[in-house]
Design a protein around this ligand. Structure first.
Ligand code: 5CA
Length: 446
C-alpha cells in the first residue's frame, strides 16, 4: 500500500477524552473513530489488525476441529423467554420492537440461538461431539462504556459452543478450548493467564477468564508469580487426546490465579510470600462449562446409546476480538507509539523514502515494494513528499515492527537500513538482504 493513496487520518493532538494509552494511540494512529458512546467505526488501519486477529482466532479454532458459522446479530425475544434469561439479563440487553410489534433484541451472546439450531437438527448421540463457533458483533448496553474498544457497547466477539453426550466429553471440550486460547494469545504476542473466575449471567460451575496483566486493566487479580513462567510454546497438541489436553489444563491452572470475585485469602496465604502478587488485568476471554443449563431449559436432547433421551452437555467460550487490539497495545507500546507484535501487525514492514522525487531512491523503493508484495509480505510505503522526521514519527506511531529506510547516501553504496521498532536498532544491508531477513522473521509468524 502506498501511503499517498491510503486513508490514514493520524491525529497530531492527543485526544483529551481518552484516558488510557491504547485508546489514545488507536485514535492518534487513525485506527478507529467513535460513532457514539462505546460504538466505533474501524478505519482502514484498525480494520486490518482486527481482520488479522480474527484470522488467528479462526486458524486456532479450526486446528482443534471447531466449525465456523454465522448467526444474526438480531434475535427474537421468544427464545430468551424460553431459557428464562429475557428478564434476568437486565438493562444491558438492548431491546426493541419491529414493525409487527414483535419483541427483538441485539444479541449480547448466543447460547439460546445456537441451542435452538442444535435441538432442531440433532437427535442422536452419534452426531456428537460438536463444537460450533462464530465471530460476530455483540451489543451490551454497558453502564460505563470506556477505554475505547476495551469496554465497548458494540464489540466483536468469538463465541463458541460445544455439544457433548457426557459431562466427561464436555470437560474435554473445556480443556481443549483452554489449549486453543493459550495458543491464540501467544500467537498475538500476549501472555494471557487463565484464572478461576465467576460465571455471571452465563451461568455454570466451571469457568476461567484469560487475563493480560496491565495497570489499566479493569479486573483485580491475585496470583502466584510462577504462573507467568509457563507458556505453551511450539509443543505439538493432539486436540483429540483427552489426557494431553487435561494435562495442559492442570499445568496452567494448578498454581493460584484468581480474579477478585473468587479470590480466597486462606488459599492465597499458602502461596510462598515472595511469589504472592496482586495486580490488574484485562480480560481477553472466558470459557464456561455449564452442563445442561440451556439444553434442559430449551429441550435440546439426544437419544443415548441405550435409546434413552438425555439433555446435551454444553459449554460456551468467548474471546474479546475487538478488545484484544486494546490489550495488545497496552502490553506493547512506548512513548512514541504502538509496537505491533509480528503476529498481528497491519503491515509486515514500512518503507520510508528519505528523498521522494529522487529518481534513484524512488526506483529502489518501488523495487523493494514490488519484491516484498510478490513474496506475500505486505508493505506500507511512505511515498509522501514529507520531511524524514515526519515520516519516522508516523511509522513509530502506527507501530509496524520493521522499517526499511531508503536514502541517497546508503543507496550510493547499494545499502538500505533495516530498523526494529521494538529495539530501535538499525542495520545497513543490501535491499535483497533486508527482504531475506524479513522473510525469515515472518516465516515464524504465518
Ligand atoms: N457466551 C459467553 C462465551 S461465548 C460470553 O459471552 N462470555 S463473556 O461474557 O465472558 O464475553 C466474552 C469476551 O468478550 C470477554 O472475555 C471479553 O474479552 C469480551 N467482552 C465482554 N464484554 C465486552 C465489552 N463490553 N467490550 C469489549 N469486549 C467485551
Amino acid at each position: 500500500m502506498r501511503l499517498s493513496r491510503y486513508f490514514l487520518p493520524v491525529l497530531k493532538e492527543t485526544p483529551a477524552d481518552a484516558q488510557i494509552v491504547s485508546h489514545r494511540l488507536m485514535l492518534r494512529a487513525g485506527m478507529i473513530k467513535q460513532a457514539s458512546a462505546g460504538i466505533y467505526s474501524w478505519l482502514p488501519l484498525g480494520y486490518r489488525v482486527l481482520r488479522r486477529i480474527e484470522q488467528i482466532v479462526h486458524e486456532e479454532q479450526q486446528r482443534a476441529g471447531h466449525i465456523p458459522m454465522l448467526m444474526p446479530t438480531l434475535q427474537s425475544a421468544d427464545l430468551w423467554r424460553e431459557s428464562g434469561r429475557y428478564d434476568a439479563y437486565g438493562p444491558e440487553m438492548l431491546r426493541f420492537k419491529d414493525r409487527q410489534d414483535r419483541e427483538m433484541l441485539f444479541g449480547p451472546t448466543n447460547e439460546e440461538l445456537i441451542t435452538d439450531i442444535v435441538r432442531s437438527n440433532i437427535g442422536s448421540y452419534k452426531q456428537l461431539p460438536l463444537t460450533l463457533y462464530q465471530i460476530q458483533w455483540k451489543f451490551r448496553d454497558e453502564m460505563r462504556p470506556r477505554f475505547g474498544v476495551m469496554r465497548g457497547r458494540e464489540f466483536l466477539m468469538k463465541d463458541g459452543y460445544n455439544f457433548d453426550l457426557t459431562r466427561e466429553d464436555a470437560l474435554h471440550a473445556y480443556n481443549r478450548h483452554l489449549v486453543t486460547y493459550l495458543r491464540t494469545y501467544e500467537r498475538m504476542g500476549l501472555q494471557a493467564i487463565p484464572m478461576r473466575a465467576d460465571s455471571g449471567p452465563i451461568g455454570g460451575d466451571d469457568t476461567h477468564e484469560f487475563l493480560v496483566l496491565a495497570e489499566t486493566g479493569e479486573s483485580e487479580v491475585f496470583y502466584d508469580s510462577a504462573v507467568t513462567d509457563i507458556s505453551l510454546g511450539q509443543r505439538d497438541i493432539d486436540y483429540d487426546d483427552k489426557a494431553q489436553c487435561a494435562a495442559v489444563m492442570e499445568e496452567f491452572t494448578t498454581l493460584y490465579a484468581r480474579t477478585d470475585e473468587t479470590h480466597d485469602e486462606t488459599l492465597f496465604a499458602e502461596v510462598p510470600e515472595d511469589r504472592r502478587r496482586s495486580a490488574r488485568g484485562i480480560e481477553v476471554g472466558q470459557i464456561f462449562y455449564f452442563g445442561t443449563k440451556y439444553s434442559e431449559a430449551l429441550g435440546a436432547t439426544v437419544q443415548g446409546p441405550d435409546g434413552k433421551s438425555v439433555p446435551i452437555h454444553m459449554g460456551s467460550h468467548g474471546i474479546g476480538v475487538s478488545r484484544l487490539l486494546g490489550a495488545i497495545i497496552e502490553a506493547s507500546h512506548d512513548d512514541r507509539g504502538i509496537i505491533w507484535p509480528e503476529g498481528v501487525t497491519p503491515f509486515h514492514v514500512g518503507i520510508v523514502n528519505l528523498r521522494q522525487g529522487d529518481q534513484s531512491t524512488d526506483s529502489a523503493c518501488d523495487g523493494i515494494y514490488r519484491q516484498l508484495e510478490s513474496e506475500g509480505l505486505t508493505a506500507l510505503y511512505d511515498d509522501r513528499d514529507e520531511r524524514a522526521g515526519a515520516k519516522f514519527a508516523t511509522m513509530d506511531l502506527i507501530g509496524l515492527p520493521w522499517r526499511i529506510t531508503v536514502g541517497p547516501r546508503g543507496l550510493s553504496n547499494g545499502k538500505v537500513e533495516l530498523t526494529s521498532r521494538r529495539t530501535g536498532t538499525s542495520e545497513e544491508m543490501s535491499p535483497e538482504a533486508a527482504i531475506a531477513r524479513l522473510r525469515d522473521i515472518y516465516a515464524a509468524h504465518p
